[in-house]
Design a binder for this molecule. Structure first.
Ligand code: PLP
Length: 377
C-alpha cells in the first residue's frame, strides 16, 4: 500500500485508445470539460440542456420528445429502460449473442419479469427467424430486447428487422445502441425502435459516464400506464423528467447534474453535427476497411461474417501459438496503444480493435498495423 504522505497529483499516461471503449477524446471536448461549473438550474445551463436534447435527437435520428442523457454510464441507461418498461410478471424476450444480452436478462429478472431467451452464438448477429419463432410461441411477450452493436464480439444485428417483428406482435423494443450511436447507421424513427440507450464514451468520444436515451410515444404511454411504481427512485422517468423535460413549466431539482460532463457531450454532439451523421458513418466504414485489409494482409482472420461486421469494433482471432496477453502488453508498453481482449467464451481467443469516434482516423489505423506487425514477429 502507498503511504498517503507519498501520494501526489495523478497524471495519466498519454494513450491511444483502440479498444472497445472508451475512445480518444477530441481536444475540443476536453476543453469543454474544463469550463467553469455553473448551477444546474442556471438559465444558461438550462438553455444548453435544451440544445443537448435537440443534438441527441439528431444523433438518434428521432423526433422523440423524451430524449435526454441519463446521468450515469451505459449500464444506467440500460437499467432506466428496463426499470421503467418492465413490471413484475411481464414476459420479455431477450436476444443474447454476447455479454450485453446477458446483462439484459439480469435486468429483466431484477425487475420481476420473466425472460424468454433467444440464443445466438457469440460472433453471430441475432437471427430474426429465431425471434419470430419466440414471438409466435409467446404472444403475451410485452417487450423484445436486443443489442444492436455487440461490443463483446463486433457483431451488428438487423435492428430494423427485429423491431419490425416485435411491432407486428404488439411488443415494445428495448435496444442497446451503446456502441452504434454515431459510428454506424441507426435510425430510431425510421426503424420503429421504442426505448434506446447509448453511451458517451464510444463513437461520441466524450468522457464516460453519460447515457443518452430516447423513448417513443408508445414507450412513454407504457410507462404512464404502469400499475405500480418502479423499484428505482433515481431512474424513475416521471421524476427525472421534471428536471429534464419541464416544457415551459418550473424545472425542479432531481439530482445534481454532472455539469461539466454535459458540456463535453454538448461539444461532442456539435462536432457530430458539423461532420454530418452520414459522413461519420462513412468515416467509420472507410477506416474499418483499411484496418481489415491490413489485418488480413498479416494473415489474421476476423471473427464476424462480412455482412454483420461492425466498423467500429473489429474482433480478430488470435493466431495459434501467439501469447495474446503478451501482444497487448507490448502494444501498451512500447506504443501506448490500447486494444481489447476477448470476454467470456472468447477470452484468450480474440483481440478487439476499436475504431470509435475520434480514435477512428488514418494515423491510428497505420500505427495499429505497424505496432501489431512489430509485436507479432
Ligand atoms: N452495452 C454495450 C453494448 C456496451 O458495449 C457497454 C460498455 O462497454 C455497455 C452496455 C455498458 O456501458 P457502461 O460501461 O458505460 O456502463
Amino acid at each position: 500500500m502507498t503511504s498517503p504522505a507519498k501520494i501526489r497529483s495523478f497524471h495519466p499516461p498519454q494513450r491511444i485508445l483502440m479498444g472497445p471503449g472508451p475512445s480518444d477524446m477530441h481536444p475540443r471536448v476536453q476543453n469543454a470539460l474544463g469550463q467553469p461549473v455553473i448551477g444546474h438550474l442556471d438559465p444558461a445551463f438550462v438553455g444548453m440542456m435544451e440544445e443537448l436534447k435537440d443534438l441527441l435527437r439528431y444523433a438518434f435520428q428521432t423526433k422523440n420528445s423524451l430524449t435526454f442523457p441519463v446521468s450515469g454510464p451505459g449500464s444506467v441507461g440500460m437499467e432506466t429502460c428496463f426499470v421503467n418498461l418492465v413490471e413484475p410478471g411481464d414476459k420479455v424476450i431477450v436476444c443474447r449473442n454476447g455479454v450485453f444480452g446477458g446483462r439484459m436478462i439480469e435486468n429483466v429478472e431484477r425487475c420481476g419479469g420473466t425472460p424468454v431467451v433467444v440464443e445466438d452464438a457469440w460472433g453471430e448477429p441475432v437471427d430474426p427467424n429465431k425471434l419470430e419463432d419466440a414471438l409466435r410461441a409467446h404472444p403475451d411477450a410485452k417487450v423484445v430486447a436486443f443489442v444492436h452493436a455487440e461490443t463483446s464480439t463486433g457483431a451488428q444485428s438487423d435492428a430494423r428487422a427485429l423491431a419490425g417483428l416485435a411491432r407486428q406482435r404488439g411488443a415494445l423494443t428495448i435496444v442497446d445502441a451503446v456502441t452504434s450511436l454515431g459510428g454506424s447507421p441507426l435510425a430510431v424513427d425510421a426503424w420503429g425502435l421504442d426505448a434506446v440507450y447509448s453511451g458517451s464514451q464510444k463513437c461520441l468520444s466524450c468522457t464516460p459516464g453519460l447515457s443518452p436515451v430516447t423513448f417513443s410515444e408508445r414507450a412513454v404511454e407504457r410507462v404512464k400506464a404502469r400499475k405500480k411504481k418502479g423499484q428505482s427512485w433515481f431512474m424513475d422517468l416521471s421524476l427525472v423528467l421534471e428536471y429534464w423535460n419541464a416544457h415551459g413549466g418550473k424545472r425542479t431539482y432531481h439530482h445534481t447534474a454532472p455539469i461539466n460532463a454535459l458540456y463535453g457531450l454538448h461539444e461532442a454532439l456539435v462536432m457530430l453535427r458539423e461532420e454530418g451523421i452520414e459522413d461519420s458513418w462513412r468515416r467509420h466504414r472507410r477506416h474499418h476497411l483499411a484496418l481489415k485489409a491490413g489485418l488480413e494482409a498479416m494473415g489474421l482472420k476476423l471473427l464476424v461474417r462480412e455482412d454483420a461486421r461492425l466498423p467500429q469494433l473489429n474482433a480478430v482471432h488470435v493466431p495459434a501459438g501467439i501469447d495474446e496477453l503478451a501482444v497487448r502488453q507490448a502494444l501498451l508498453g512500447d506504443f501506448n496503444l490500447e486494444i481489447g481482449a476477448g470476454l467470456g467464451p472468447l477470452a484468450g481467443r480474440i483481440w478487439r480493435f476499436g475504431l470509435m469516434g475520434h480514435s477512428c482516423k488514418t494515423e491510428n489505423v497505420m500505427l495499429c498495423l505497424s505496432a501489431l506487425g512489430t509485436a507479432l514477429v
